[in-house]
Design a protein around this ligand. Structure first.
Ligand SMILES: [Zn+2]
Length: 502
């Protein structure tokens, strides 16, 4: 069936030998470097953003693993669409590294990077290549389940909503259940021959969007986690974070209004959990290094009917708004009174008892009227909140429907990369995979240390599950998406196929 096709971009392991400056060793060699990419002219900076490069080489193959503290590799945020082709072309021309052997992952933090991030990326790789040393390799797993939550809420009416700052949460009583998270921290440890650690690569799934109290630019949760790891391993260790399947995973306390949101607390905890697991990882000489890079065609969605239906829903909601005598000021006043004392809200009890003794029910009638008005005012508020969710998601659907129409074809090509480094196996995707996709791939894999990195080598927005795509328009992931539901099976099949060949 032919929506998928095999386009192999690799298969030239022998030809990548001897990039400029690389040390030659029989086993596995590695070099690391990091370069600051913070845009300091763009406002307050809380902590620096980095591009980090890890070059790996055995007798046959050279691989480059780059991590960037940025929201995405092109398309949204501050990295332009020409970044990936520019970096790949320079690595090929000046360092003889094939584009098929380059992995670039964005952490998805929302800090502002400098405009010459492509040049700084190239410098990081060049420097890493000049620092190659023989290494021992180890893979492992850690666990952390206290810093994140699934951001999709399963509602009692069968639909799903999500946790965003862009709009209100649905009422508590509408929520029936929440989705999964993946607590696994994937680990690759590279030690020098004398036992000192050279680099730690770790993979975890959570949107690093908690922010810091100052509101300044920050590498967020994963920036703090990397710092904890680097500060507590051998001097000079570089920690490289690979974002996982974080599409529907948020930091915990994301909508707290009582405390300033602080990524440092969550990041420190992720760093400590990573360090705890890292101590258990044994490294050994292991020269296995293999990369498979392929292009998959995925089906684009046709959102036109859903857009029409949502426009009709929005019109119906607007028509369902009803006037009441209250405004915000009087509503808050009566709301507080009626929640302080449900039996005698309008005055003290004796006044009600006196009315009763005189055969009157003036206060009871006033209370009934205020109750009716309050209930309608609250209904209006909930309709307004629902409209804000609907309008925001409808705008995303319109944007992506236009993008899909402009593409002029019913499919979308994505570059997927699989890499094996010793026992560490990783497969990538250029978008925001829902966490269940990663869990499925891990469960099916024959390997024990199998990890999945979204946000890699490009950006095609969210990639929710086929199940989540039954809810198109209800939450960001299923609205901020170019794909039709069949994409999930095609990707998971191909990812498994690549993994089995690594
Ligand atoms: Zn996102």
């Amino acid at each position: 069936m032919s929506i998928t096709k095999h386009l192999s971009l690799t298969a030239e392991p022998g030809r990548t030998a001897s990039p400029a400056g690389a040390a030659v060793a029989a086993g596995l060699s590695a070099g690391v470097a990091k370069v600051d990419i913070t845009n300091r002219a763009a406002g307050v900076v809380n902590d620096a953003l980095y591009v980090k490069a890890l070059v790996l080489k055995n007798e046959m193959t050279t691989a480059v693993l780059i991590t960037v503290d940025a929201v995405a590799i092109g398309e949204i945020g501050y990295i332009n669409n020409d970044y990936l082709p520019k970096v790949c072309a320079r690595l090929q021309q000046e360092l003889n590294i094939s584009p098929a052997n380059v992995l670039i992952n964005a952490s998805h933090c929302h800090g502002v990077v400098c405009s010459d991030v492509d040049e700084r990326t190239f410098q990081a790789v060049k420097e890493a290549l000049q620092n190659m040393v023989p290494v021992k390799v180890g893979a492992g797993s850690g666990a952390e389940d206290g810093i994140m939550e699934n951001r999709r809420l399963k509602l009692k009416n069968g639909t799903e909503a999500d946790v965003r700052h862009a709009y209100s949460l649905p009422p508590d009583e509408a929520v029936a259940a929440v989705g999964p998270v993946d607590p696994e921290i994937g680990l690759l440890r590279l030690d020098k021959m004398d036992g000192r650690t050279l680099a730690v690569v770790y993979n975890f799934a959570c949107h690093p969007i908690q922010g810091v109290p100052s509101g300044g630019t920050t590498a967020d949760i994963t920036g703090f986690a990397s710092r904890v790891i680097e500060d507590h391993c051998s001097d000079g260790t570089t920690a490289l974070f690979l974002q996982g399947c974080a599409g529907d995973v948020n930091p915990i306390w994301y909508k707290d209004v009582d405390h300033p949101r602080n990524a440092e607390v969550l990041g420190n905890r992720l760093g400590l959990s990573t360090l705890r697991a890292l101590r258990q990882v044994q490294t050994r000489e292991d020269s296995r290094l293999k990369i498979i890079c392929e292009v998959i065609e995925l089906p684009r969605a046709d959102l036109s009917q859903r857009i029409q239906k949502m426009e009709a829903e929005a019109a119906k909601l607007v028509q369902s708004l009803r006037g009441t005598s209250l405004n915000l000021k009087t509503f808050l006043h009566v709301f507080v009174k009626y929640h302080l004392s449900s039996e005698f809200p309008s005055y003290s009890s004796h006044r009600y008892l006196h009315d009763e003794a005189m055969g009157r029910d003036d206060l009871r009638r006033l209370d009934a009227e205020n109750q009716r008005n309050m209930e309608q005012y609250i209904r209006n508020i909930h309709i307004m909140e629902e409209l804000t969710r609907l309008q925001t998601n409808l705008a995303l659907l319109r944007k992506h429907q236009a993008d899909n129409a402009a593409a002029g074809k019913s499919t979308l090509e994505v570059k997927v990369l699989g890499i094996r480094i010793g026992d560490f196996v990783l497969v990538t995707f250029p978008g925001e995979l829902s966490v269940q996709v990663g869990l499925n791939i891990k469960q099916r894999s024959p390997h024990q240390r199998i990890f999945v990195a979204g946000y890699t080598n490009g950006y095609i927005y969210y990639a929710p599950t086929a199940q989540q795509l039954m809810n198109v328009g209800g939450a960001q992931e299923d609205s901020d998406c170019l794909l039709a539901p069949a994409w999930q099976r095609l990707y998971e099949e191909r990812a498994n196929d690549i993994i089995c060949r690594l």
